[in-house]
Ligand binder design. Structure first.
Ligand code: FEO
Ligand code: CA
Ligand code: CA
Ligand code: CA
Length: 638
């Protein structure tokens, strides 16, 4: 997500002149192998591993997929999930209905097979956009159309909390392909409004986790800002709590113990949290420990719909983008995670115990015990994983750490003290399942100044981001020293297109900006989704999914496979194990940068959105949705 607090969502304006300046400054520094090598692809200098014909850059009101493929709408915001859920009626929304329906702003997707033709699709719902969800929230003012706070109600806040979290939906495959099962006993909604979630690991029961509603510090209501995630080898679902700071407002008493902690996570903005209209815990002056109960990786067992999800605190508290796992050759599980904020870190967690493929019950608490590390990237191409262990190095009482609970609650501070490398917004961190490589999406960082560049973050005002490839020695993901190199620097192939508004004429459509989520397909190939936010004018295209070559002469070339409608972001690319189906989350259609979309030229509202994708009905607002991509001939995608 673009990461704007409520007040800013409606007042935010994309500063075109500043962005143009930044983009021009960047282009002079950029070394851009991807588009230049695209010429080699056409010349047949080497064989690409992808067969599809790329689609063109551009922006319009609908989605586009590469020739030879179909893209069908599978699940939309408001579609029934639980048996008995009411049909979606945008004019008569209630929190109770929303907690039975597919939530808003779908993000990460996990596909968990339970038999050859049955699977559980788990989908995150990251955040909510009230002015696109509810009628009557926008008013005209001198600055155009803005949100009218007096029209916002506590019931809207309840609906928004209900629209967060996770949906689990059973899928079945027949001759027509994968389809949802309406009455499955596996179908489930986990929300931020009411779902009890247990706290496990080092922070469970600690004083800093206790609140008025939970004096034991062991049970939280809900999960929020569920961005990316992961699927474990034992078939559970991991969901990352990312921008949890945005939900809290209020001021701590002078000298409060959590002041530095709140500051380090961006909590402490004054003003008003609309969520505190529904639940008072979102006001930190009322409940100073509540923010310590978010920012974790949550594990859900979708195969047991009555199970209590667990916040696995051993994996640390930060703005988790995701949590992708790999089975290490020695059987330990390694979980990679990025902290998505400028100048934050890349992390991994290595379990103490080993995965047992023959005994599922023995694996269920593996994520409670192990070692959390943060990454230091050195200029010689080596990467050192710095252990975040209480009592180790500076992680002592002298620096405010009295236990491992303090270390995981303040993982950012611990990583800083250990000397981790501040990165250009780490998003997805994706281990390849078999070749020992790990792909780190660094989405962008326009705050980095010339004096702050380093080998792993080599561009000041990094408008377009880059992708770093890590190499685990002999495929040992538990090793404490890796190698790394930059796979590609994202951005425009020519100065002429930088700063173009939309629909530029470009020589190739493979280049992109702001890598975010990624996935490895059944053939071991890398796919990257983009999230440019309101800044898509700098590439001239809506967000999309790109196929990236990682080996051979064509390494670091890319081509565009899918494009989202105006104002949307592409999240959660997820391939079935046979590679014949691909699920995509189309998040926040009509939301971002619609002022710069000339046919529309203003901010979207419920009544007047830049697109009504995917229904295109005059009485239906745009709906974030999961799309199912297949190939006409039934073959593997791409
Ligand atoms: Fe929610 Fe980092 O994207
Ligand atoms: Ca993002
Ligand atoms: Ca993301
Ligand atoms: Ca991923």
């Amino acid at each position: 997500m673009a990461g704007l607090p409520f007040a800013d969502i409606v007042t935010h304006r994309f500063g075109r002149r500043d962005a143009l300046k930044a983009a021009l400054a960047t282009s002079a520094l950029a070394v851009l192998p991807s588009p230049l090598r695209a010429a080699d692809v056409r010349a047949g200098a080497a064989s690409p591993s992808f067969e599809f014909g790329e689609i063109s850059h551009g922006v319009d009101e609908t989605h586009h997929v590469a020739p030879g493929h179909d893209a069908a709408i599978l699940l939309r915001w408001g579609d029934p999930v639980l048996p008995g859920a009411p049909a979606f009626d945008p004019m008569r929304q209630t929190a109770a209905a929303q907690e039975m329906q597919f939530g808003y702003n779908c993000d990460y997707i996990g596909f968990i097979p339970i038999s050859a033709d049955r699977a559980l699709l788990c989908v995150n719902h990251e955040y909510t956009i009230p002015q696109l969800m509810f009628p009557g929230l926008m008013k005209s003012s001198g600055d155009g159309v803005t949100l009218d706070p007096s029209a916002y109600t506590p019931e809207m806040a309840q609906i928004e909390l209900a629209a967060h979290g996770v949906s689990v939906i059973e899928l079945r495959r027949d001759g027509a392909g994968w389809a949802t099962v309406a009455d499955s006993r596996f179908n489930r909604r986990v929300s931020c409004r009411s779902t009890p979630i247990a706290i496990s690991g080092p922070a469970a029961g600690h004083d800093r986790m206790k609140t008025g509603a939970d004096p034991a510090g062991r049970m939280v209501t809900g999960t929020m800002n569920n961005c990316a995630g992961g699927v474990t080898p034992w078939g559970t679902y991991l969901t990352g709590e990312e921008n949890f700071d945005q939900y809290f407002r209020g001021v701590l008493p002078e000298g409060h113990r959590e002041t530095e902690n709140h500051f380090n996570y961006g909590i402490g903005a004054g003003g008003f949290s609309r969520f505190s209209l529904a639940q008072k815990r979102f006001d930190v002056s009322h409940e100073p420990n509540e923010p310590n109960r978010f920012g974790w990786i949550v594990e859900i067992d979708p195969q047991n719909p009555l199970s209590t999800p667990r916040k696995r605190t051993a994996l640390g508290r930060f703005k988790h983008e995701g949590a992708e796992t790999v089975i290490n050759p020695d059987g330990r599980i390694v979980v990679y995670s990025g902290d998505d904020e400028t100048f934050q870190y890349v992390y991994k967690f290595v379990t103490k115990g080993r995965y047992d493929p023959r005994n599922r019950a023995a694996n269920v608490d593996l994520l409670d015990d192990g070692t959390l590390y943060a990454a230091r990237f050195d200029a010689d191409g080596s990467l050192t994983w710095l252990p975040l262990i209480f009592g180790h190095g500076p992680l002592t009482a002298e620096n405010g750490f009295a236990s491992q609970a303090d270390v995981v609650i303040e993982a950012r501070k611990a990583a800083t003290l250990m000397g981790a490398t501040p990165m250009d917004r780490p998003e997805d961190v994706q281990p390849h399942p078999s070749n020992g490589r790990v792909y780190v999406m660094l989405t962008n960082n326009t705050r980095r100044q010339a004096g702050e560049i380093d080998a792993a973050n080599p561009r000041a005002v990094n408008t377009f981001g880059h992708i770093v490839e890590l190499v685990a020695p002999d495929g040992d993901h538990a090793a404490t020293t890796f190698r790394w190199e930059i796979l590609l620097r994202c951005g425009s192939p020519s100065v002429g297109t930088v700063g173009a508004t939309y629909n530029p004429v470009t020589s190739a459509n493979g280049w992109f900006g702001s890598p975010d989520n990624c996935a490895i397909d059944a053939d071991g190939r890398l796919w990257v989704a983009t999230d440019q936010g309101a800044a898509w004018g700098q590439t001239g295209t809506a967000d999309g999914l790109y196929a990236i070559e990682t080996d051979g002469a064509l390494r670091a070339t890319s081509r565009m496979f899918f494009r989202v409608p105006v104002g949307a972001e592409l999240c959660g690319p997820c391939f079935t194990p046979d590679g014949r189906a691909l699920f995509l989350s189309i998040q926040h259609p009509a939301a971002d940068g619609t002022r710069d979309y000339a046919p529309f030229g203003r901010d979207s509202s419920f009544e007047n959105p830049a697109t009504r994708w995917p229904d295109f009905q005059p009485d239906m607002p745009p709906r974030p949705s999961v799309v199912l991509v297949t190939r006409h001939d039934g073959g593997r995608i791409g």
